[in-house]
Design a protein around this ligand. Structure first.
Ligand SMILES: NC(=O)c1ccc[n+]([C@@H]2O[C@H](COP(=O)([O-])OP(=O)(O)OC[C@H]3O[C@@H](n4cnc5c(N)ncnc54)[C@H](O)[C@@H]3O)[C@@H](O)[C@H]2O)c1
Length: 323
């Protein structure tokens, strides 16, 4: 029998996405189904997702904190790789600290332990710029620096990073991670984060011509268009294992902007658009995060390069949401 080449082995792997119906999971599932085949990419969540996702391949109702149920699905579909997208995000986590901690940590331990026991071979787990805190250098925040997160979400992400690093060095687990900035997308609404304003604003600009922002006009945060985030996620998972030098999580950057700047970019297409400001509890969270991120390591180790700036993002968002 002819030996299988590396590419054909790569193309044969079965993938499970946990939390597939959320903002990132939906687009990631669709992109992975394009890259591999629909049947090789199993979507799962505690609720059903949009039509595109449900109609394009296998779907299972699965609670990522339930180890036995997870193990059963992994065995049934002969899963090789897991993408853990289930989590409670920053703004919601401030309201339900213990639920956030339990979901964010137990789901991670479940997939790390599956890999430790050789039931799966690789894991993608997303971290966030929320791992940084008020004492972190705000401009061009380095890969390795003071962290000290001040939110429940940030504490869970920083702990998660330490556990990923530990499982890699102690047990040889191939877990790869990115610190996503705020993500902007049009296919699915965001799920309770502090950067959600940068999606809502486009919807409101088109439906009402005005938007009341929950952050102050000069709050500068790192952001990324979803296409870039999905490309980065697939790139880090496809790169040769020897290229992955950072086993906590990689800094990743595309652009930084304020609510005032995004409003101005929308006005280029919708001149009558108006924005007002009514900051709430999320301002405190945003104030604890960096203004911009240094992603030199991601560029050097696995060739990361962003494609979308604010202008291109605004054009894509308005064009797609109009339909
Ligand atoms: N969206 C962003 O801007 C952003 C930025 C940084 C990091 N992240 C991280 O990326 C990951 C995905 O984020 P998202 O924006 O898609 O979140 P989301 O809230 O949009 O989606 C999360 C999904 O997880 C599902 N879920 C909740 N509890 C579950 C459980 N017990 N078992 C299985 N599924 C469950 C939800 O139903 C939802 O569909 C998270 O880890 C998040 O922290 C997101």
């Amino acid at each position: 029998m002819k030996a299988k080449g590396f590419n054909s082995i790569l193309m044969q792997k079965n993938i499970l996405i946990l939390g597939a119906c959320g903002q990132i999971g939906t687009e990631l599932t669709l992109a992975l189904r394009q890259e591999y085949s629909n049947d090789q990419v199993i979507a799962s969540d505690i609720r059903e997702g949009g039509e595109n996702l449900m109609d394009s391949g296998p779907f299972e109702i699965l609670d990522a904190t339930d180890y036995d149920a997870l193990e059963e699905i992994v065995a049934y579909y002969e899963i090789d790789e897991v993408y853990l997208m289930a989590a409670m995000l920053s703004a919601t986590a401030e309201k339900f600290p213990m639920r956030a901690w339990n979901l964010n940590m137990n789901s991670l331990f479940n997939v790390l332990n599956l890999a430790k026991d050789k039931k799966i071979s690789s894991i993608f787990w997303p971290s966030s710029i929320a791992v940084f805190g008020p004492n972190t250098p705000k401009m061009n925040t380095p890969q390795h620096t003071i962290m000290e997160p001040s939110t429940v979400y940030g504490i869970s992400k920083q702990s998660g990073e330490r556990w990923c690093n530990y499982y890699h060095h102690k047990y040889g687990v191939d877990v790869r991670s990115i610190r996503y900035p705020g993500l902007i997308s049009w296919k699915t609404m965001p799920g309770g984060g502090t950067t959600d304003y940068a999606v809502e604003i486009y919807h409101k600009a088109l439906s009402d011509g005005e938007y009341t922002c929950f952050l102050k006009e000069d709050t500068n945060l790192p952001m990324m268009f979803m296409d870039d985030a999905i490309r980065a996620t697939m790139a880090i998972m496809k790169t040769d294992i020897t290229n992955i030098k950072e086993r906590s999580s990689y800094n990743l950057a595309a652009m930084s902007f304020t609510p005032d700047q995004i409003a101005r970019s929308i006005k280029q297409s919708i001149p009558d658009f108006t924005i007002t400001y009514n900051p709430d509890f999320r301002q405190r969270i945003a104030d604890s995060w960096p203004n911009s991120i240094d992603d030199t390591e991601a560029k050097a180790d696995w060739g990361w390069k962003a494609e979308f700036d604010l202008e291109k993002t605004t054009n894509e968002m308005l064009r797609n949401l109009k339909h």
